[in-house]
Design a protein around this ligand. Structure first.
Ligand code: C5P
Length: 225
């Protein structure tokens, strides 16, 4: 039996991470945070002191790195080569680095099998930019989540503050705009909605309302009761 997949794609700050985690928990499904994989490639590249333009080196790292995601939703632990790196990879700087290595087709190809392996019974919620278009084109339900650029910068700001990181709202707005432009304009797997994606604009919606809408869409497709 093929494993059912729900994909949630969208730009940074659209609420994908929070919504994906909550829906996965409600459904009792597995979760793939594909952005974390790109962040890990960027971090591993820095740790291996790779040149910034060493594509082959980053491909090797993407294929070989030992990654484990903790299952405790409280800690959201991410282990790289056995070391806890969840805090390190969440910085805005690592987001920028991730977006840079993510533009290389060979790095994306190296992560493809790793991402698909997350699809295990009873089901998978996959969070990213190209989950519905490239990694799981056969997904039962595809969501494209957006929000205005101002609202996304504000959310990111609050998120970083909450984690104890310092941030400036204007710098974040600029960085998010830069990252959006790079993610949307790259040649391979750009950030675009799949033709069959359900679009949800979360600018004026509370998190709970978005979760309910996704749960309802899943119910209509008989993904859960
Ligand atoms: O979602 P997150 O902010 O963690 O993603 C970090 C970066 O990784 C994104 O800006 C994007 O460039 C890249 N990414 C990607 N494809 C995905 C997930 C993330 O290119 N499926």
């Amino acid at each position: 039996m093929p494993v059912p997949v729900l994909t949630i794609d969208g730009p940074s700050g659209s609420g994908k991470g929070t919504i994906s985690r909550a829906v996965a928990r409600r459904a009792g499904w597995h979760l793939l945070d594909s952005g974390a994989l790109y962040r890990l490639v960027a971090l591993a590249g820095l740790e291996h002191k790779l040149e910034r333009d060493d594509v082959a080196g980053h491909v090797r790292v993407a294929a070989a790195m030992d990654v484990r995601f903790g299952t405790d939703p409280q800690t959201e632990s991410v282990l790289l080569e056995g070391r806890e790196v969840s805090h390190t990879i969440r910085s805005e700087q690592m987001g920028q680095e991730a977006s840079r290595v993510a533009a290389w087709p060979a790095v994306r190809a190296a992560l493809l099998g790793r991402q698909r392996a997350f699809a295990e019974p009873p089901g998978l919620v996959a969070d990213g930019r190209d989950m519905g278009t490239v990694v799981f084109p056969q997904a039962e339900l595809k969501i494209f989540l957006t929000a205005s650029a101002e609202e996304r910068a504000r959310r990111r700001y609050n998120q970083l503050k909450q984690k104890g990181s310092s941030a400036s709202l204007s710098a974040l707005s600029r960085e998010i705009a830069e990252r959006d432009a790079r993610d949307s304009s790259r040649a391979v797997a750009p950030l675009v909605p799949a033709a069959d994606a359900e679009r949800i604009d979360s600018t004026d919606l509370a998190i709970e309302a978005v979760i309910e809408r996704v749960i309802e869409l899943g119910r209509r497709r008989a993904l859960w009761a």
